[in-house]
Design a protein around this ligand. Structure first.
Ligand code: AKG
Length: 289
């Protein structure tokens, strides 16, 4: 494992406060409402590659500015998925929990939309309403998780592929609870057929190996029996549970988070009462498969 030496962290356009020697940092001294300067854009890309998850506090953004941040890293995703969109903004998804709205995608490690052939390369989340207590989000580094594996197992895993599927996720239960849910579910299921991804991938920017499976969307490892596959996946998913590879965010209003969706998985902690509203823009198309 290579640990970060905090004394070596230097960026021209902002100050970085690493959260651990392995993943996550808060970025200080940057106003994300204007990301037009090329030197700032380059530093943001460099920091995301290095820390995998970046936090920014007290940001005031219009939806256009939110989308502009995503554009620093890649093209924002258009309305491919089924999440509600912010009125007039095709790229801005609404992640909302209110007393009578069922919660979805919570308490499950996942990377965003790995059931696509080309999942997004990253995500920008912006908090608009946050409960007084709880509702944290946790990220785990999938490159660090890979590094925890014994050498022999790494070699074998590099030969394997896994099936990722929308249907495997916990979402069918969510659709059952919402208006027109069955129709939406059937539409999504016919659109998002299972896809196959390698179990180990190489990050195109950092060259690091990534453990590319997640409990929400990875159904099975190809070529193994169901029992063998479940056993192997349980072992691999367990690596994300190690606190050493994690960083946990306590949300405040007006916080922006940017994560590298190739190198991390994340987990929305479902431990709160009250309302929560986040705006999400995913960006890029991961073509490395
Ligand atoms: C997602 O965007 O996929 C999330 O899980 C959001 C994280 C959160 O709601 O805490």
């Amino acid at each position: 494992m290579t640990y970060l030496d905090a004394s070596l962290v230097r960026y021209a356009k902002f100050k970085i406060e690493p959260h651990s020697p392995l993943i996550g940092a808060t970025v200080h001294g940057v106003d994300l409402s204007d990301v037009s300067e090329e030197a700032l854009r380059a530093d943001l890309r460099k920091a995301l590659a290095e820390f995998q998850v970046l936090f920014f506090r007290k940001q005031t953004l219009t939806p256009e500015q939110h989308v502009a941040i995503a554009r620093v890293f890649g093209d924002p995703e258009k309305a491919k998925a089924f999440f509600p969109r912010l009125n007039g903004y095709n790229a801005v998804e609404i992640i909302e929990t209110a007393p009578n709205v069922p919660r979805y995608g919570v308490d499950q490690w996942h990377s965003d939309i790995s059931f696509y052939h080309n999942p997004p390369t990253g995500t920008v989340l912006y908090s608009r309403k946050i409960p007084q207590l709880g509702a944290d989000t946790v990220w785990a580094s999938a490159t660090r998780a890979y590094e925890l594996l014994p050498e022999g197992l790494k070699t074998w895993l590099e030969t394997l592929e896994a099936v990722h599927s929308f249907e495997h996720s916990g979402w069918p239960a969510y659709f059952d609870q919402i208006e027109n849910g069955r129709d939406l579910y059937d539409k999504a299921r016919s659109e998002y057929l299972p896809v196959v991804h390698p179990v180990v991938r190489t990050h195109p920017v950092t060259g690091k190996k990534i453990l590319y499976v997640n409990p929400n969307f990875t159904d099975r490892v190809k070529g193994l029996s169901r029992q063998e596959s479940d056993g192997l996946l349980t072992l691999l998913f367990g690596l994300f549970e190690k606190p050493e590879v994690q960083v946990r965010l306590r949300w405040e209003l007006d916080t922006v988070v940017i994560w590298d969706n190739r190198a991390t998985v994340h987990y929305a902690v479902n431990d709160y009462v009250g309302e929560r509203l986040l705006h999400r823009v995913t960006f890029g198309e991961d073509k490395a498969f």
